[in-house]
Design a protein around this ligand. Structure first.
Ligand SMILES: [Fe+2]
Length: 270
């Protein structure tokens, strides 16, 4: 059975659109999975026992979120990650982005979690992800997020938010809609997050996430972006809503990663 809808098998035609989007290159692919496959998936993930909790988060910046770290994903989900990491799909992404050195990762659902869930009042603050493949240090350059929940209504929130290069101002909001995929260029300036969920009647915001890497340490050099196109190394780094938040003891891990990020940022300009 086909998994990805063949209407998305030739993304070279959308390269210009991808690079024209602000604040950083991205594209929305609706009806991403084949209709039949998505119906099967809907049935399976609506059962209660399909996902054994991996790791949970509940803090100021990562609220009511759980990820599938170190768990076995059901086949109906892992088949999708397999296709998203396949040679053919990576070729499609190469044509969309022009990154000829693009690679999938072998890390899988152990050090990086592919499946995420968010519950009532959940939200995810502005952040950039890890900058390197945990297994080989290659630069992290691209993300795909697939929205899996059915019955989602716009007033539940849960959009993917894309922020300015400092991670402070929302520039673009990609609404949560079932079977929609979002692909975005992941640079040290690609700050993103999740809009707070509200009145979502116990429905979970389910997403699948796969990231891609580049064999070049200067993967964005040919790109004309609204921010420096130099990649640098950093950990997952959050931007807190108010400057005073950095002084709170409970936020120290966030403050520490931001300091490290700022140092690497300065070094990248030398
Ligand atoms: Fe992220």
């Amino acid at each position: 059975m086909k998994i990805i809808n063949p209407i998305h098998s030739n993304l070279i035609e959308r390269k210009e659109e991808f690079f024209s989007k602000k604040p950083f290159p991205h594209i929305i692919l609706d009806d991403f999975l084949e209709k039949k496959y998505f119906s099967l998936l809907e049935k399976q993930i609506s059962k209660n026992n399909y996902f054994k909790k991996g790791k949970s988060f509940n803090s100021n910046l990562e609220s009511n979120k759980s990820i599938s770290l170190n768990t076995n994903l059901p086949d109906i989900i892992s088949n999708i990650t397999t296709v998203l990491n396949s040679y053919d799909w990576v070729e499609v992404l190469k044509s969309l982005t022009g990154i000829q050195t693009l690679k999938s990762t072998k890390v899988g659902n152990t050090k990086l979690a592919n499946y995420h869930e968010m519950g009532t009042n959940g939200f995810l603050g502005s952040h950039v992800d890890h900058s390197t493949d945990p297994s080989n240090g290659l630069p992290h350059v691209l993300n795909i997020i697939l929205y899996l929940s059915s019955e989602w209504k716009e007033n539940f929130g849960g959009a993917t938010l894309l922020f300015d290069k400092k991670g402070k101002k929302i520039i673009s909001k990609i609404k949560y809609k079932k079977n929609r995929a979002v692909i975005f260029l992941h640079t040290p300036y690609s700050f993103h997050g999740v809009e707070r969920l509200q009145d979502n009647k116990g429905l979970k915001r389910k997403t699948l996430y796969v990231d891609y890497y580049s064999e070049s340490t200067n993967p964005f050099e040919k790109f004309d972006l609204d921010f420096p196109n130099k990649w640098f190394k950093h950990g997952t780094t959050f931007v807190l809503p108010n400057s005073s938040d950095y002084l709170k003891a409970k936020n120290w891990p966030y403050t520490k990663s931001l300091i490290k990020y700022k140092i690497e940022h300065l070094k990248s300009k030398l």
